[in-house]
Design a protein around this ligand. Sequence first.
Ligand code: ZN
Length: 390
Amino acid sequence: MASWDRNTIILLDLVKQPENARCADCGAPDPDWASYKLGVFVCLNCSGTHRDLTDVSRVKSIRLDNWEDDLVEFMRRNGNAVAKAQYEKSVPAFYYRPQQHDCVVLRDQWIRAKYARQEFTGKNGHLQKAYSSGKACEKSTILSNVPACQTYTSKVAKAIISVRNMNAVFQPEKVGHQNGLQITYMTEDRTRNLFVYHENGQEIVNWFNAVRAVRYAYLRKALAPANDSELMPLLTTRSLKEGYMEKTGPMQWEPFKRRWFVLCSVDRKLLYFKTPMDALELGAVFIGTEAHGFSVRETPTRGSRGSRWRYGLTMETPDRNFIFMCEQELEQRDWIKAFQQVIAQPLLPQHYSSKEERREELSFMAWTVHCAQRPFFLFLVEANMKRKKS
Ligand SMILES: [Zn+2]
């Protein structure tokens, strides 16, 4: 047997071992590539970033390339578990570890942070300064209302954003930029969107993790004694579903209007906007449980009165029934499934903090009770992020 045949068999055997069976960087199953400088098995997507980091990493295909004996021996002695112990030794609890389907900038910067900048080996002190604890972040400043594509230079903060209801999530498609970030927060009683990007991937990912760092510091106090596994899902809230539907007014004879809907399962609310890039919500609906009178069902087409779209659904709440129309049947099914998922979730302590508030919560604007309370921290950041005009 030729040595490269034998070496391929050894590598294929190595990559089947549990610690190597997923990409070292994004967790994708069955990695096909390996870095023979770092000793890690990675997926095709992550191998692309490794290929750019020629100083620290060199990749080969496990199946297609020839492997010399000493490189195979190096892979055998190292592997994903050994590399993880070294390069992910001190990843802060709040730091986001990207998954297979996350956007490119998150995966790309995670790999650069780990191996090229060695931010998590425990030997590098700069990380704490970059993201800082909640205490330091209280002193930093965020600038919203930056004119589109202009760098902000003034020393005066244009907005003070409470950490309490703040959320940052990458939305490259919506923002129309590969580093597009959507920051959401409450202003008075309404949800406000801020769409920003930064040409530098490291900058925007640092901002994303800085938001997570202050959220983490805040929630540790606000939800004490919750542990990290309970807090982690609350640091970044992704919408369960977004998309256009048509809605009518409370009397249900008003003309149907097309609106952009966003369903958030963590805070159990359905927000609607005129367009995906709107700054301010037009309205919001709290979604309780079935025991509290919330349900969703398909609506017969003939009841839609003037809607251009055919596939309807009705969401029943204790105070009002909402009729939504979808353009496609598949969309209608997806929305019904998403609403059912939220309705089936048990109410959690963060949805109410006293019996009085729980009573309030059963009406639509219940979460504003919580938002009206004073936040622990004010989050102010200073940045030269560019704002996408919404
Ligand atoms: Zn990967």
